[in-house]
Design a protein around this ligand. Structure first.
Ligand code: PLP
Length: 422
């Protein structure tokens, strides 16, 4: 049956949405704002507001330094073990620490040291730039003889499994890929690619920044070696909240943390001058965590655990499918291309529409229509779907806003010089 893409149809879908009630668990103080950038910065869970107040008044305000022993010392581990439930990891395989970029540094260095003698490192050209920069920097620092292979996207949006299979060989130490690609939303087959890497005994490190909280996965059972990811996108932890890292349990005693700070020490408060790594996942901590930001991760993780990853994914797929149908009817005739996979099984939770005037169009819908999407060079307007609060009506309105600013030509008044955060 063709999808009803009318406004009434959108409202019908919202009324019948099993996850619809979760929207009310987020702070939405401007009902007219259409927010489709939860793939970059998620909305505020209401529980985070009360928690921040308690944290400041009671823990920091009243308990002061005592709060470290009461609550804060175990927080990176406690929240990590909850987050593990969202990525199919064991509770002792995940910890919250640092930023995604810093965690990449730590795990890349650890992985390269774990595969001495192998000279090849593989990633793709559509990976997030920070991942590629850090990969290169760490490889150069450890041994300039490493060969960094940045595979070009050859299946439209990502690297095909065939080229990965051809490139990963017995000399490959590490493969680093983003599970969902930040521009195209292409969703790699984690199981298949992990198998390909393991068939050559290479380690694999997945960046889960655009999949954690929207795509179910089974990191441990799939045999994933290493992973990192951000918490401020679909996990709604707040701007710059610390990231998470996963190291499969049997690797933890073998993989060093190259930033061996005192929080990763086995007996931190003995103040020994010799570094002895903590047992297990704690060894990947470095220095004092940003407690206020770290604590804000828990409300968003709790919401996702409560809603369940399968229902979240089901709604995400339904909504990206809906958006693709709207594109076909409303946007393709105006020159917008679909820069994301058509197959929902290979698509994450955002959809990118291409248009040569994408940057100006993105500004126009923000300024004139109160629709917030984002822009990624060269031509991608990304619409992010956060199933816990995105409505079908928002998607409908956003597509009509895109249509209108192109139809009237109002986007032409905006500059095409990229400025600030896009
Ligand atoms: C896929 C991916 N990896 C890494 C990063 C870098 O994260 P951070 O700036 O928190 O280190 C981002 C940031 O958006 C990202 O999207």
């Amino acid at each position: 049956m063709p999808l009803d893409t009318s406004l009434e149809g959108a409202r019908f879908l919202d009324r019948n949405d099993d996850l619809g009630g979760y929207r009310d668990r987020f702070l939405i103080d401007d009902p007219d704002l259409i927010y489709l950038d939860g793939n970059s910065l998620g909305r505020v869970p209401k529980d985070a507001i009360a928690l921040m107040d308690r944290l400041i008044r009671h823990q920091w305000g009243n308990r002061l330094i005592r709060a470290w022993n009461d609550e804060w010392m175990g927080l990176s581990r406690r929240i990590g073990s909850k987050l593990a439930g969202l990525i199919g990891a064991r509770p002792d395989e995940v910890i919250i620490a640092d930023s995604t970029s810093v965690n990449l540094f730590k795990l890349i260095a650890g992985a390269l040291k774990e595969r001495p003698g192998r000279r090849k490192i593989i990633t793709d050209s559509v990976n997030f730039p920070s991942d590629i920069y850090i990969l290169k920097a760490v490889a150069d620092m450890i041994d300039p003889a490493y060969e960094l292979v940045v595979l070009p996207a050859d299946n439209g949006f990502a690297v095909s499994e065939e080229s990965l299979e051809r490139s990963i060989d017995e000399d490959t130490a590490l493969v680093l890929l983003s599970h969902v690609l930040y521009k195209s939303s292409y969703l790699y087959d984690m199981e298949r690619i992990t198998q390909i890497a393991h068939a050559r005994d290479a380690l694999i490190l997945w960046d889960l920044s655009h999949s954690a909280g929207v795509v179910p996965m089974t990191c441990h059972d799939t045999g994933v070696d290493l992973a990192v990811g951000s918490t401020y996108k679909y996990l709604n932890a707040g701007p710059g909240a610390p990231a998470f890292l996963y190291v499969r349990d049997d690797l933890q005693s073998r993989l060093i943390n190259p930033i061996s700070g005192w929080f990763g020490h086995r007996k931190q408060f003995y103040f020994d001058t010799e570094f002895e790594p903590a047992y297990g996942i704690d060894r990947y901590l470095t220095g004092t965590p940003s407690i206020l930001s770290l604590a804000m991760i828990e409300p968003g993780v709790d919401l996702a655990l409560e809603a369940g990853m399968e229902p979240i994914r089901e709604k995400s797929v339904n909504q990206t499918e809906y958006l693709v149908s709207l594109w076909e009817n409303e946007l393709a005739p105006l020159g917008f291309t679909l820069n994301s996979p058509r197959n929902p099984a290979r698509r994450g939770s955002h959809v990118s529409f291409g248009h040569e005037e994408g940057y100006r169009i993105d500004q126009a819908i923000r300024e004139e229509k109160q629709v917030i999407s984002d822009f990624r060079t060269p031509d991608n307007i990304r619409l992010g779907i956060a199933p816990l609060y995105t409505t079908y009506e928002e998607l409908h309105t956003a597509v009509h806003a895109l249509r209108e600013v192109v139809h009237t030509g109002s986007f032409r008044q905006y500059s095409d010089v990229i400025k600030g955060v896009t």
